[in-house]
Design a protein around this ligand. Structure first.
Ligand code: PMP
Length: 359
């Protein structure tokens, strides 16, 4: 097989090689079932075990208390943008924190179901930091944040205190990349295709007591109650993607759990941001507040667009793939989710040193 590229794509993104190898070994026959996971009934005991293993692994690794449901649904994180307000806004008012394109999209969907306030908004600064403080409505139905802003490269290290108002989070691009106190959140959702598997399944973690608040007059498939009451088996769930998520969770456990993952991600961030800071004359990070720098998506500019293009092109020729910034912002973006190793970031940093000297 040709050498695999070092894949800095923002999502779908790199998977750990041991996961791909396990997947390959289990493609024709999964876990001794006499058939593959793609062919078995979602009501079979074999698939029920895969589902239960994925849930228990995630519960244990992320520290999810028993009073939270863990659900696997389709439709991507984008479907959650409408499911959240459909279930919980019901003509009331919700506080959204606008910290980027995805946060904006989530808020726009919510406007269809009630009032939306921006409790924080950094659009005027082109989202180059997180809000310093929030203007919260104590009567809001919920507060919605995006913990990692995939396009602009900012990430919360500490969550905002919201008092008695439930805190909801889109963690699509940093779920299980570092430890969080899950108890501070009432609802968490994330598409799997960055840190936890492949496209097709979205993970939803929901505090059980919130089910009482779910709107009653909404379509069956869009109600969290349907997915919670039926343990994600109301209809055929995305069986294959759930299996991949289980394999990724197994890999995380084999590595030593979330503490080890967090340490790896810290090491990677120190390596890459250290290089940006050392050569700030050449590599200019776009996030102005260092505490808000994302460990997952690192965005920076070079002295000219021509140099940026050259940097991305020459890097790609050397196997450093997927560094082009989002089409709406340009520049360079390195996405380094859990599967990217510190050794791979070291290779990138070596390339950056050489490129700077040569140019
Ligand atoms: N939220 C965030 C933070 C994202 O990065 C993305 C995708 N890049 C989405 C939501 C949308 O996810 P999906 O494509 O799974 O709908």
């Amino acid at each position: 097989m040709a050498a695999r590229k070092i894949n800095f794509n923002p999502g779908p993104a790199a998977l750990p090689l041991p996961v791909l190898e396990k997947l390959a070994a289990n493609t024709v026959e999964t876990d001794g079932a006499g058939m593959s996971v793609y062919e078995m009934s979602h009501r079979s005991k074999e698939f029920e075990k895969i589902l239960a293993d994925a849930q228990s692994r995630m519960r244990q690794l992320f520290g999810i208390p028993e009073d939270y449901h863990i659900m696997f649904v389709g439709g991507g994180a984008s479907l959650q943008f409408c499911m959240v307000p459909m279930n919980f806004l019901q003509g009331g008012s919700a506080d959204y924190v606008r910290t980027g394109e995805w946060a904006k999209k989530a808020a726009e969907e919510a406007k269809r179901y009630g009032a939306v306030r921006f409790a924080g908004d950094t659009k005027a600064d082109n989202f180059n930091h997180l809000p310093d403080k929030l203007d919260l409505d104590p009567n809001a139905k919920y507060v919605h944040i995006t913990t990692n802003n995939t396009i602009f490269g900012t990430e919360y290290r500490d969550f905002p205190a919201t008092g008695n108002v439930p805190l909801f989070a889109d963690m699509s691009s940093d779920l299980m990349s570092h430890r969080w106190d899950v108890k501070k959140f009432s609802l968490i959702y994330a598409g799997a295709q960055k840190n936890l598997g492949i496209a097709g399944v979205t993970i939803v973690v929901l505090k059980k007591d919130l089910l009482e608040r779910v709107a009653k007059d909404i379509p069956t498939m869009l109600s969290y109650k349907t997915h919670a009451d039926n343990n994600s088996l109301f209809n055929t769930p995305p069986c294959g993607p759930i299996y991949v998520t289980k394999l990724v969770l197994d890999w995380m456990a084999d590595l030593g759990g979330l503490e080890v993952i967090e340490q790896r991600n810290r090491t990677k961030a120190e390596l890459l941001y250290g290089t940006l800071d050392k050569h700030a004359d050449f590599y200019k990070g776009t996030v102005v507040n260092k505490e808000h720098r994302s460990w997952m998506n690192v965005c920076f500019r070079l002295p000219s667009e021509q140099l940026e293009e050259k940097f991305i092109k020459e890097g790609s020729a050397q196997g450093l793939h997927g560094m082009k910034g989002h089409r709406s912002v340009g520049g360079v973006r390195v996405s380094m989710y859990n599967a990217i190793s510190p050794e791979e970031i070291q290779k990138l940093v070596d390339y950056m040193e050489k490129f700077r000297k040569a140019n």
